[in-house]
Design a protein around this ligand. Structure first.
Ligand SMILES: [Zn+2]
Length: 255
């Protein structure tokens, strides 16, 4: 078991390293092929500069060639994806649903949501093409792996969730949420179904409200200033993806 967890962690950190490239290059309109280079001095990076997490530590968070500080985004994304891959593996083992298809599906979902969260945080935009592609993959996955009743429930949840965000966008005239959140709601509903999507969106608003309050208290934001919402949707989504069942059971037990 430990061996598999270690392999999953290493695989996750490598995928995280690739996602960093995807995040930075696609938003700049560059191709994702070609060798990695330093953002400042454009020096081509060698293999030993590109070991996930470890290179960042051994280089002391600086470029080997120009000594400029490297962005914390790189080791953070690598570590978070590695941990999300390990969590996916553990959750699937515990729920007795472990299969290659389910594992790859979870890996794909956590990667998608991390990219969406980081891109929204960094550039205030949601990569809608990626979200649409992920929704399509989720539709196919549900079609093959869910009963027909559940399949329709998930499709319904997708439309209901995007309608919910559409209403918010119209009601706030685009100041509260963006069009990207409508598309992201669709994906959340498609993956999680009705109950899971409600939980994910509820958690997103809860965490978002607490975070906004803290930012206002710390004086980092003023009241009425918007903050990117996708990172909170991603947090709500991941929590629901991994723990919807125990959380909902716990909630129902309160009554
Ligand atoms: Zn450099």
């Amino acid at each position: 078991m430990f061996f598999w967890l270690l392999i999953t962690f290493i695989l996750g950190s490598a995928v995280g390293s690739f996602l960093n490239v995807v995040i930075d290059r696609t938003t700049r309109g560059e191709t994702i092929l070609g060798r990695s280079y330093c953002d400042y001095c454009k020096a081509t990076l060698r293999t030993f500069d590109l070991v996930p997490i470890l290179s960042f530590i051994t280089l002391g968070a600086r470029c080997r060639y120009c000594k400029k500080s490297l962005s914390w985004q790189y080791p953070l994304v690598e570590t978070i994806i590695a941990l999300l891959f390990v969590s996916s593996f553990l959750v699937l083992v515990q729920s007795g649903q472990l299969s290659v298809a389910a594992l790859l599906y979870y890996f794909f979902l956590v990667s998608t949501f991390l990219v969406v969260a980081v891109v929204d945080q960094k550039f205030s935009l949601i990569p809608t093409t990626l979200v649409f592609a992920a929704s399509l993959i989720s539709l196919f996955y549900n079609y093959f792996y869910l009963s027909s009743g559940l399949f329709f429930e998930h499709v319904l949840a997708a439309f209901a969730a995007s309608l919910f965000f559409l209403i918010i966008v119209l009601a706030t005239r685009g100041r509260g949420m963006g069009e990207g959140d409508i598309v992201l709601g669709f994906l959340i509903g498609m993956v999680l179904g009705v109950k899971g999507a409600i939980l994910a969106i509820f958690l997103a608003f809860l965490i978002g409200a607490v975070a906004s309050l803290l930012l206002i208290i710390c004086g980092k934001k003023s009241f009425g200033q918007t903050i990117p919402f996708a990172p909170f949707l991603a947090l709500g989504f991941l929590t629901a993806l991994f723990w919807a069942k125990p959380i909902i059971e716990w909630y129902l037990m309160l009554y």
